[in-house]
Write a protein that binds this ligand. Structure first.
Ligand code: CTP
Ligand code: MG
Length: 234
């Protein structure tokens, strides 16, 4: 039986994934400058504001490992590990260095520099109480299923959600999901999908509209605009 509920005092680790190739963006987007800092830096800045994170694990590409000090700037992380060719491989590299006392694990994409400290905190709380916490937002567009240029179905928007990171899980659940995915040859695009593949329920919590994922250069411009807007409000 998987341990899903953990103590409110359980130690938490956060994995920051920055080992992608940025193929759709045209460069390793996680290192590009946004509002004067690397995209990756903004996630570390948010994590630094959280109380009681016992371990922060940064995952970098092999080729950028020696440049880590420059990339993280003034921030400190507990561990820096080298990622793999798929996102799942990169998460696995981080799971391999989890400290023994960690009971809750969050996985966050460095490509989402706008996730707020409040979102991280609610994911941590949700993972402690329910064993999993998946931040999601409603979808505004009507989503079609297509084959080539032909629509085969219109999905019921009320039942659809867009999943974000950070995603949080009890350590036992996440480690089991990654073990089972390896055995089954499953490569998911997020962590929750690997838990779902084990037929374990994943608990949805509210995500944040601003927490967009940078995929193309246009998205990076949007992030900068939102940051400027936030500066104007503070
Ligand atoms: N990531 C990773 N290791 C990989 C692939 C992705 O650590 N092998 C990270 C990325 O750095 C990013 C996050 O996972 O922070 C989400 O991935 P995605 O947005 O797909 O980024 P890339 O894989 O870099 O982009 P692309 O798919 O266009 O190559
Ligand atoms: Mg990718």
């Amino acid at each position: 039986m998987l341990t899903q509920r953990v103590s409110p005092l359980a130690n938490t680790a956060i994995i920051v994934l920055a080992a992608g190739r940025g193929e759709r963006f045209g460069q390793k987007k996680q290192f590009m400058q946004i509002s004067g800092k690397s995209m990756l830096w903004w996630s570390l800045e948010t994590i630094a504001k959280l109380e009681s994170v016992a371990q922060t694990i940064l995952v970098l590409p092999q080729t950028d490992h020696s440049d880590a000090a420059r990339l993280i700037g003034t921030h400190t992380v507990s561990d820096i590990v080298v990622g793999g060719s798929e996102r799942t491989d990169s998460v696995r590299s981080a799971l391999a260095v989890l400290s023994d006392d960690i009971e809750v694990v969050l996985v966050h994409d460095a490509a989402r520099p706008l996730a707020s400290p409040e979102l991280f905190s609610s994911v941590i709380e949700g993972a402690k109480t329910a064993g999993s916490a998946l931040p999601c937002v409603e979808v505004a567009d009507t989503i079609k299923e297509i084959e080539g240029d032909r629509v085969v179905a219109t999905l019921d928007r009320a039942r659809l959600r867009a999943a974000q990171t950070p995603q949080g899980f009890s350590r036992d659940l996440l480690v089991a999901a990654y073990g089972s995915a390896l055995a089954g040859g499953i490569i998911g695009t997020d962590d929750a999908s690997l838990v779902e593949a084990m037929d374990v329920d994943v608990t949805v919590i509210p995500g944040e509209r601003d927490n967009i994922k940078v995929t193309s250069p246009r998205d990076a411009q949007m992030v900068e605009l939102i940051m400027d807007l936030r500066k104007g409000l503070s």
